[in-house]
Design a protein around this ligand. Structure first.
Ligand code: SF4
Ligand SMILES: [Zn+2]
Length: 109
């Protein structure tokens, strides 16, 4: 990453999504996951937390970086991701490697 850019942890990401379905006045791309499944429910970040396994952050000014259909932890390298993540062997969800149990299915590792 550019050495003049600071990496400041814990920022409030708010809600980030592409689900307005034409109700906003700006030109908005379609979430490829929603498009593939014919739904309008997948969101990149909710309540200050990244939730989508395809979400790769924001490119300034306001462009969503999305790795669909490849999981972000398989695509991002080096300091492009801020902490070690693993996929839970049971439910397949991503979580921090330093958490002893999966926060989604409670599987102990
Ligand atoms: S990161 Fe990509 S796949 Fe995930 S909700 Fe956002 S636009 Fe959709
Ligand atoms: Zn799990």
């Amino acid at each position: 990453m550019n050495e003049k850019v600071r990496q400041l942890k814990g920022g409030h990401l708010g809600d980030i999504d592409l689900i307005s379905q034409g109700s906003v006045s700006w030109n908005q791309s379609i979430c490829p996951w929603n498009e593939e499944e014919g739904v309008n429910e997948h969101r990149c970040a909710v309540k200050y937390t990244s939730i989508c396994k395809y979400f790769c952050g924001i490119k300034y000014l306001d462009t969503i970086l999305c790795s669909y259909p490849y999981e972000n932890i398989d695509v991002l390298t080096g300091d492009e991701i801020d902490r070690p993540l693993i996929k839970c062997p049971t439910c397949g969800r991503q979580h921090d490697t330093d958490k002893p149990i999966c926060q989604y299915c409670n599987l102990k590792r």
